[in-house]
Design a protein around this ligand. Structure first.
Ligand code: 5GP
Ligand code: ZN
Length: 134
């Protein structure tokens, strides 16, 4: 896609710190890392997010996210977060599908998502709704 930053990185029109590449995937360091080693794993084909990416593409991409995760662990990370933001409401800024692989340390003190306590019966109700939509 013409005006897509990640498509431009894939076409080498914009430089990046590449850590992995194969026929369908490119992985490079995030320019504004949460922690050093924060990597983005990106399909070479332009998909916007989880709603339109082809299943075989996302399957392969997660395999590569696992590979990067293991590499970060070998480098000393205590854990990793693998996150995918889908849509503006979920914090997606770049509309080209990507997974974040973020190395974590027991001491980095990053905030976790605040959890909400559901009301009586809400979990059962929402589970029923999700099942009906699958
Ligand atoms: P999103 O919020 O869309 O899930 O995440 C987009 C990520 O892309 C952000 O963490 C941001 O720092 C990163 N990013 C944006 N522009 C560039 C760029 O030009 N190069 C690199 N390497 N990362 C970028
Ligand atoms: Zn793109």
């Amino acid at each position: 896609m013409q005006d897509c930053i990640f498509c431009k990185i894939i076409k080498k029109e914009i430089p990046c710190e590449k850590v992995y590449e194969d026929e369908t995937v490119l992985a490079f360091l995030d320019i504004n890392p949460v922690n050093l080693g924060h990597t983005l794993v990106v399909p070479k084909k332009h998909f916007e997010n989880i709603y339109d990416i082809e299943e075989n593409e996302v399957t392969h991409l997660i395999k590569i996210a696992k590979k990067i995760s293991i590499a970060l662990k070998k480098m000393g990370a205590d854990g990793t977060n693998i996150t995918i933001n889908n849509g503006k409401a979920a914090g997606q800024v770049i509309p080209h599908f990507h997974t974040h692989v973020i190395p974590r340390s027991v001491e980095d003190n990053l905030p976790l998502w605040p959890a909400k306590k559901p009301k009586e019966g809400e979990l059962k109700e929402v589970a029923k709704k999700i099942i009906s939509m699958l």
